[in-house]
Design a protein around this ligand. Structure first.
Ligand code: SF4
Length: 347
């Protein structure tokens, strides 16, 4: 495969669709380090307010190094994985002692700093210093397993090594930081776990798994603890008022907007909607299946597009959202295919 063509396609896509984040577009290795540390195991939306508070109180490694650990932990409160905060604090002191407050650009030296592993070292070196090294995490392994059709277990050291070599060879010399962030964005928004949104993918013409249609089976990770499977119907309901959505209050995806998630099979959805939400369907389209994989949970979703009358008020907790406002709502990756279904509904 032509790596250069792939990286150019991905960078073109990134230039158009890069997610906006407060730590992007600034040349400050300390802030890149803080953001990448906070982003480990944590969603971007959750991180943003914590990041802004943290760098406002500790704008540099020097300020962080001077702080009490209790204050650092207080600012981290609610973000979880508190060892990250302790390591960051320890790392800031190390940077003051060994590097006069300035993070080194060499990924080998970065890895010697408390809490900085291979991924964060690659991210900081490439994003903040323009060093052409990869930042390999689960997203990257998933994207490259699919793109290059790697159908062996990524737990086998030789397979993993091969993927890491691919990742290293793919990074372009001229925009390594943007490229690494483009792979992260692709993995988080398009080439997501479960069913990826190949129709919206800038790499679909190159992608082995996309062409073969087995992307949702990749990467191969045998022996993983079985995840709980939740089967549901996602009702993409349209009226002249727009689409029906609800902002979640549950701890999973709290604050994110979802189409109605019905605890029934699609054939029972008309009855379910009538009984529980007082909504009559005028017509329904073909059901599409999609799967979304969370860490401990899989959503098996049958997506049912349907029309409802326009004079019906939104059921409690739901809102009619005009079609042109859909893109401005924070929606989880699990809603990618339902959102695509809604867009197709408008054509
Ligand atoms: Fe992932 Fe599909 Fe793109 Fe391949 S075509 S990289 S599977 S989203």
């Amino acid at each position: 495969m032509d790596y250069k063509k792939i990286s150019l396609s991905l960078l073109e896509w990134y230039d158009q669709y890069a997610r906006k984040m407060p730590w992007r577009g600034i040349q400050d290795p300390y802030k890149t380090w803080v953001s990448e540390t906070m982003l480990q195991q944590t969603r971007v939306d959750t991180v943003i307010p914590y990041y802004l508070r943290f760098v406002s109180r500790f704008p540099s490694a020097a300020e962080l190094a001077k702080a009490d650990e209790a204050e650092v932990l207080k600012l981290w409160e609610g973000l979880g994985y508190y060892s990250r905060a302790r390591n960051l604090h320890r790392g800031a002191r190390q940077i003051m002692e060994q590097y006069q407050g300035v993070l080194p650009s060499d990924p080998v030296l970065l890895r010697k700093i408390s809490g900085i592993g291979p991924y964060t070292a690659g991210a900081v070196a490439s994003i903040a210093f323009g060093v052409p090294v990869p930042a390999v995490d689960g997203n990257v392994l998933r994207v490259y397993s699919r793109l290059f059709g790697i159908r062996e277990s990524i737990l086998i050291p030789a397979v993993r090594k091969n993927l890491e070599k691919i990742a290293a060879d793919m990074v372009p010399a001229d925009r390594p930081g943007d490229y690494n962030q483009a792979v992260m964005d692709l993995g988080a928004t398009v080439c997501v776990p479960g069913t990826p949104n190949c129709k919206r993918c800038p790499l679909s013409v190159f992608c082995d798994a996309g062409k073969r249609g087995d992307a949702s089976d990749l990467p191969v990770i045998p022996g993983k603890a079985p995840q709980k499977v939740v089967v549901m119907t996602v009702a993409v309901l349209r009226s002249d008022n727009g689409f029906l959505l609800r902002q979640r209050t549950e701890s999973l995806l709290k604050g994110m907007w979802c189409f109605p998630l019905l605890d029934c099979r699609p054939e029972n959805a008309p009855d379910y909607l009538k009984r529980k939400m007082q909504l009559e369907l005028l017509s329904a389209g073909a059901v599409i299946h999609a799967r979304h994989v969370f860490t401990h949970l899989i959503w098996e979703m049958d997506i049912l597009p349907a029309e409802v009358p326009s004079d019906v008020p939104a059921p409690a907790d739901y809102q009619w959202i005009p079609a042109d406002a859909l893109d401005s709502l924070p929606m989880p990756a699990a809603m990618n295919i339902p959102l695509e279904t809604a867009r197709n509904f408008l054509r």
